[in-house]
Design a protein around this ligand. Structure first.
Ligand code: NAP
Length: 337
C-alpha cells in the first residue's frame, strides 16, 4: 500500500480550516493535526476533528483552563508530519520557517508571505513542475491565483502583449467583524498595486500593471481586465478556451447572475461545502474584444480558490511528477467539474 502523505496545518483560520478539510478528502493524504493560538469554538472543533496542537507554547495554560483537549505543541506536530501548511496570518510564516528547517519538515506558505521567502511561488496550472521535490513553496494569494488561471489560458491561446487590470477587493472575510472600511472606498495609492508584480513571480513573461481598491463587502473580489493580445482572435475562441480551462467557470448575466451575491448563492445551491467556490467565475456575456484588446470581469472567492492549489503543491513537493494526475485527483475529491 502507498504511504499516505502526513500533513499538519499551522494556523486553522479561513484558509487553514479549508485546506485541512481538503487534505482529509484526498485518498493519498492524511491530516495529523492543526494548530491554534486561542482556545475558542474553532479550537474545540479542531480538537474533535483532527487533533489540536498549540502554535505558541507560552499559551498552553490558556488551553488547559478551557478544558479543550490538546495533543501537544507545534514542535510535537512537526515531529509527526512530512509537510506543514503554514496558514498563519500574513508575515508570521516568515518567522516560522526556521522552526520547520530545524525539524526537517517541508512547508507551504500562503500569499500573505513574500516571494523571497521561498523563491518559488506556485499556481498548479502555470508552474506545477517548479515546486517538484522542493522544501519550501509559496501558494500565491487568492487574487494572484485568479489572475494566473485565466491569463495563463489566454496567453496560450493568443499570446498576451500587455495586461491592465483593476482589482476591486473585499474588505475582509465574512467571519471577521473587526476589519475593513464600513462605508468607504479605499484606493491603493502605490501604483502598480502588488498584484501585477505578484503574478510575475509565477508568469514572469506577462507584462501587467494593476490598480486596486478596497470596498465594503466581504463575499468576493472582482477583477476588471483589459488584455492586449498579439494574435487576432474572436470572442467565441476566448469563450471556448475559458470554458475548457480547469478551475474556471463561465456564468451568464442573462440568467440573472448579475453580481457576486448571486455567484455565492450559486455556490451554495450546487451544494459546495461552506458555500465555497474554488473556481474563478467569469461573466460569459461580459467578454468582448475591441481592436485586439480583450475585456472581461472575473470574480474570486477569496476564502477558497487557493485550496486546490495547496493540495497540488503538497503533491508536487512530495515528488508527484504528473501535474494533470494531481489536479485530476484534487478536483475529483473536491467536487470540481
Ligand atoms: N482570507 C483570505 O481571503 C486569504 C486568501 C488567500 C490567501 N490568504 C493568506 O492565507 C494566510 C492565512 O490567512 P487567513 O485569512 O486564513 O488568516 P486567519 O483567518 O486570520 O487565520 C489565521 C490562523 O493562524 C493562527 N495564528 C495566529 N498567530 C499564529 C502564530 N503565531 N503561529 C501560528 N498560527 C497562528 C490563528 O489562530 P487563532 O485564531 O487561534 O489566533 C488562525 O487560526 C495569510 O498568508 C493570507 O494572506 C488569505
Amino acid at each position: 500500500m502507498l504511504k499516505m502523505i502526513e500533513v499538519g496545518i499551522n494556523g486553522y483560520g479561513t484558509i487553514g480550516k479549508r485546506v485541512a478539510d481538503a487534505v482529509a478528502a484526498q485518498e493519498d493524504m492524511k491530516i495529523v493535526g492543526v494548530t491554534k493560538t486561542r482556545p475558542d469554538f474553532a479550537s474545540k472543533m479542531a480538537a474533535e476533528r483532527y487533533g489540536l496542537y498549540i502554535a505558541i507554547p507560552d499559551y498552553l495554560d490558556k488551553f488547559e483552563k478551557s478544558g479543550i483537549e490538546v495533543s501537544g505543541r507545534i514542535e510535537d506536530l512537526l515531529e509527526r508530519v512530512d509537510i506543514i501548511v503554514d496558514s498563519s496570518p500574513a508575515g508570521i510564516g516568515a518567522k516560522n520557517k526556521a522552526l520547520y528547517k530545524k525539524y526537517g519538515v517541508k512547508a507551504i506558505f500562503e500569499g500573505g508571505e513574500e516571494h523571497e521567502l521561498t523563491k518559488c511561488s506556485f499556481n498548479a496550472q502555470s508552474n506545477y513542475e517548479e515546486a517538484l521535490n522542493r522544501d519550501f513553496v509559496r501558494v500565491v494569494s487568492c487574487n494572484t491565483t485568479g489572475l494566473c488561471r485565466t491569463l495563463n489560458a489566454i496567453d496560450e491561446l493568443a499570446k498576451i502583449k500587455e495586461v491592465k487590470a483593476t482589482i476591486i477587493r473585499r474588505a475582509t472575510d465574512p467571519g471577521d467583524s473587526k476589519k475593513g472600511p464600513i462605508n468607504a472606498i479605499e484606493p491603493v495609492l502605490k501604483i502598480p498595486s502588488h498584484h501585477g508584480p505578484d503574478l510575475q513571480t509565477v508568469l514572469p513573461h506577462i507584462k501587467i500593471s494593476t490598480m486596486a481598491v478596497k470596498v465594503p463587502t466581504t463575499i468576493m473580489h472582482l477583477h476588471c481586465l483589459m488584455v492586449e493580445m498579439r494574435d487576432n482572435i474572436g470572442v467565441d475562441k476566448v469563450i471556448d478556451t475559458l470554458e475548457n480551462t480547469r478551475r474556471v467557470i463561465l456564468l451568464d448575466g442573462r440568467e440573472r447572475i448579475i453580481s457576486t451575491a448571486q455567484i455565492m448563492e450559486y455556490a451554495r445551491d450546487i451544494g459546495r461545502k461552506r458555500g465555497d467556490l474554488y473556481e474563478i467565475a467569469i461573466w460569459k456575456d461580459g467578454i468582448s474584444i475591441k481592436e485586439n484588446t480583450l475585456y472581461y470581469y472575473q470574480a474570486i472567492h477569496q476564502e477558497s480558490d487557493v485550496v486546490p492549489e495547496n493540495i497540488d503543491a503538497i503533491r508536487s513537493m512530495m515528488g508527484e511528477e504528473d501535474a494533470e494526475e494531481s489536479m485530476n485527483k484534487t478536483d475529483r475529491n473536491l467536487g470540481i467539474r
